[in-house]
Design a protein. Structure first.
Ligand SMILES: *[C@@H]1O[C@H](CO)[C@@H](O)[C@H](O)[C@H]1NC(C)=O
Ligand SMILES: *[C@@H]1O[C@H](CO)[C@@H](O)[C@H](O)[C@H]1NC(C)=O
Length: 188
């Protein structure tokens, strides 16, 4: 129900020549009041208007109230997403589904564990696509339906909510646009 609504909203707002995509499963971080406070209401409103839009579009709205990093998890904040934090164990497999709304501007994509304090990727990407979207595979298409395995090398690096997120990242190289979704998690 809710997913269908979000999909309808994002379809309704597809504009221009942008690509458009967002993680749908697992439920990623979304906007909220804490983001509005840290990123400013203009930029937050733009991200909210189209949850699958490129971050660069939102950056055009950044004003004097912009005090976050929109290129880390789209500026979405943990505090607005506490009920979505996943509790996992090493070896757990998480199924992903990407809502690919417009993909006519290829580039590359990856899924990585990101240290949220430093915005550095921890270890190797969990998945990497040199060409994304790549619809030559499937069905099911393994660019938008895939799984990741929680690595066994994270241990204390990700033992508390807010230390780490799984970040899906798509760089549409031709039109220089960044798409991101983050899933907060910690190891139990
Ligand atoms: C993987 O994704 C990160 C963002 O999470 C990005 O900064 C990095 O450039 C990507 N690396 C590769 C090799 O694609
Ligand atoms: C994960 O995806 C692979 C295909 O990439 C599949 O073979 C495997 O069964 C999946 N694992 C789980 C636990 O669903």
């Amino acid at each position: 129900m809710r997913t269908a609504l979000i999909r309808a909203l994002s379809l309704a707002t597809v504009v221009g020549v942008s690509g458009h995509a967002v993680v749908e499963t697992p439920t990623p971080r979304k906007n909220g009041p804490v983001q509005q406070e840290r990123c400013g209401s203009a930029l937050t409103a733009q991200l909210k208007k189209d949850i699958a839009s490129p971050i660069e579009d939102a950056m055009k709205k950044a004003d004097e109230d912009y005090n976050c990093n929109a290129y880390l998890c789209r500026g979405y904040q943990l505090e607005d997403n506490l009920e979505r934090v996943q509790v996992v164990k090493a070896g757990d497999v998480l199924d992903f589904h990407i809502d690919l709304i417009a993909g006519h501007h290829p580039g590359y994509a990856n899924v990585s564990v990101v240290d949220l304090a430093t915005n550095q990727v921890i270890g190797e990407p969990l998945r990497y696509w040199a060409d994304w979207p790549d619809s030559t595979s499937g069905p099911p298409r393994n660019d938008i339906d895939f799984n990741i395995t929680i690595p066994d090398t994270l241990s204390s690096a990700c033992d508390v909510a807010g230390k780490c997120a799984i970040q899906w990242y798509w760089w549409a190289s031709k039109n220089k646009q960044t798409y991101e979704s983050c899933i907060d998690f910690y190891l139990e």
